[in-house]
Design a binder for this molecule. Structure first.
Ligand code: ATP
Ligand code: MG
Length: 582
């Protein structure tokens, strides 16, 4: 590679390295976790909760803090590994006392409270299958997911139950038990607190087999109807390994994952990976609030922080000044996932926190981090990093049922050679949709990317979102990143709209930073800025100002919805839609 091509890369600016040390992750003969002594297996089987809890207690670490919970209104609660194990055991016993057994399905829908974590772990201990849902889902998304997932048990709060579920719960034929957090429960439901108090804190974890299903995660629904991805107990090998290698999770570290357990990040890296790696994890019950977040990182001395671009852009909106009063010196490593992390966000975070947020890429289907800017590695702002050790990634093109590997600098579909343990084993009841993901020995992600000559991967866009304009292929990410470099722009969503001469032209929707007003002059100014950065063929023809962009509950911009509205087409599945103000 020549210096010239290096300089042409958008990420050639250097940013400070993280304080975390690189984990030696030589994959040769040392794949995943067991060779490192990170998991031990259980009676010849594998059980996620055994690895996350029992093993640590047996090894004398029961007194270490597993969960530090920070309640909405200032409450604090610490649960040691021994206490969390006892709570999970009680929950497992409650399930057993109602005749539920391995293979049955438990859904949970509650805010981020300790009981939810105990329920998740107790479910896994007992060999049942756990499915978390966002507590903010409306009745319809809950119902369809419970139907698709053949829910046998629902764990929820009284308020959620009354508002969203009571009216139709009896119509879910598989549903046998509704557990309500707290001391009382509506008729037909069981109050969890007294049931837990009466249950034994001892439970022998079920020796599930590696391929037994453990978790079902619904995808975010960004591109269409959410799919139920099935994950098995063996996934714990990869959760452990990737948390160590890509996030720097190790015993004693204070860790905060801001993701809700309603989606896969909040479970893989918000429950399993941190506990198996024996960290102390913070759980904040409240929603995003800048002052609260900065205080939390400072006061709790967060060392490893895992968040998402949507949150980072919210911090950026408030400016660097807002961060000045805080001491972030405990931070060792910051990582981001869920959407592409704009170079602007990488540089901004490096300035404010002394080191950048490190982008990493994965999806519900892969169950764990696949491509990452790992601790200690050089960060190229705008790049998602490199495949984790032991992961074989490729940029490929599909042609007649065959796969052609593409070379350096070519844009193609991001693909992986199957075989890592946390890969999904099915889309629930959608065999054909699942089969379509595998072609010619590759798993195809549905995302487009490019690999540079040094092996860094660059996200281009989802295959569905690619814009074809006058012979150019335009990835929305590139355009959005250029737009948010404009001083007034907080966030941007970019789509292609049909055009007679160009095929498609680029249209952008933006939200503004506080203190700026939408106007024609501003629209022209932002377009001018984009033209300078991107050239006239790629820059948006038109920019629309909005209060918010339509996003999924996991914080992803729903470009397909912007496009459907633009074209007057049906909106499709909007069960995961959160914000949406014009
Ligand atoms: P659906 O599959 O239902 O349309 P979804 O793909 O958004 O929804 P998730 O599995 O939650 O559901 O999200 C994974 C997707 O998020 C990836 O396929 C990718 O498009 C995007 N993504 C995640 N991390 C990154 C990243 N670091 N850079 C770019 N894109 C990312
Ligand atoms: Mg997807």
């Amino acid at each position: 590679m020549t210096d010239d091509s290096d300089a042409a890369l958008p990420g050639a600016e250097s940013v400070p390295r993280s304080g975390a040390r690189a984990v030696d992750a030589d994959a040769s003969g040392d794949k995943w976790a067991e060779a490192r002594g990170l998991i031990d297996g259980w009676k010849g089987g594998v059980n996620i909760a055994h690895e996350a809890l029992d093993r640590h207690v047996a090894a004398g670490h029961g007194d270490e803090i597993a969960i530090r919970w920070l309640g909405k209104s200032g409450e604090r609660r610490d649960l040691s590994y021994a206490e969390l194990t006892a709570q999970a055991n009680r929950f497992a016993n409650v399930l057993a006392s109602h005749g539920l057994a391995a293979g049955d399905s438990v859904f949970a829908m509650a805010g981020r409270v300790p009981e939810l974590y105990a329920a998740a772990l107790g479910t896994l201990k007992a060999g049942l299958i756990f499915t978390p849902l966002f507590s903010a889902f409306g009745p319809e998304p809950v119902r369809t997911r419970m139907e698709i997932g053949d829910a046998n048990v629902l764990v929820t709060t009284e308020s959620i139950y009354r508002r969203k579920i009571a009216a139709w719960a009896h119509e879910i034929e598989t549903l046998k038990l509704v557990l309500i957090l707290g001391d009382t429960a509506p008729e037909g439901c069981v109050a969890l607190a007294p049931a837990m108090a009466a249950a034994s804190p001892e439970f022998e974890t079920v020796a599930t087999r590696p391929e037994d299903p453990a978790l079902i995660h619904f995808t975010s629904g960004t591109t269409g109807k959410p799919k139920g991805a099935v994950h098995v107990h063996n996934a714990v090998r990869y959760h452990t390994f990737s948390g160590r290698v890509a996030l720097g999770l190790e015993p004693g570290v204070t860790y905060w994952c801001t993701a809700d357990p309603g989606w896969v990040t909040g479970t893989s890296y918000g429950i399993i990976s941190p506990l198996v790696n024996r960290v102390t994890m913070l759980i904040d019950e409240a929603e995003f609030d800048l002052q609260r977040w900065y205080s939390l990182v400072q006061d709790e001395k967060v060392e490893v922080w895992y968040s998402a671009p949507t949150a980072i852009r919210m911090m950026m909106r408030e400016g660097s000044e807002a961060a000045k009063p805080f001491d972030f010196s405990a931070l060792k490593f910051l990582a981001s996932v869920g959407e592409p992390l704009n170079p602007e966000a990488v540089l901004w975070s490096a300035e404010v926190f002394g080191q950048p947020f490190h982008d990493n890429w994965w999806q519900t289907e892969t169950g764990g981090i696949m491509i990452a800017n790992c601790p200690g590695a050089e960060v190229r702002p705008g790049s998602m990093g490199k495949p984790l050790p032991g992961i074989e990634a490729g940029i490929v093109a599909r042609a007649d049922g065959k796969i052609r590997a593409l070379g350096t600098g070519e844009i193609g579909e991001l693909a992986f050679r199957p075989g890592w343990p946390s890969m999904m084993r099915a889309y629930l009841h959608e065999q054909a949709r699942y089969d379509k993901c595998f072609v010619d020995g590759w798993y195809l992600s549905g995302d487009l990317a490019m690999r540079d000559s040094e092996g860094y991967y660059w996200f281009v866009g989802r295959a569905d979102d690619l814009i074809k304009s006058s012979g150019h292929l335009i990835g929305p990410f590139e355009v959005e990143s250029a737009l948010i470099e404009h001083d007034t722009v907080a966030e941007a969503g970019v789509i292609g709209i049909p055009d007679e001469t160009a095929g498609e032209v680029v249209k952008a929707y933006v939200t503004l930073n506080p203190g700026f007003e939408a106007s024609d002059a501003l629209e022209r100014d932002i377009r001018g800025h984009a033209r300078k950065k991107l050239g006239p063929a790629v820059a948006p023809r038109e920019i629309v100002f909005r209060k918010t962009l339509p996003k999924t509950r996991s914080g992803k911009i729903m470009r397909r919805l912007l496009k459907a509205r633009e074209l007057g087409l049906p909106e499709g599945d909007i069960s995961t839609l959160e914000t949406d103000e014009t």
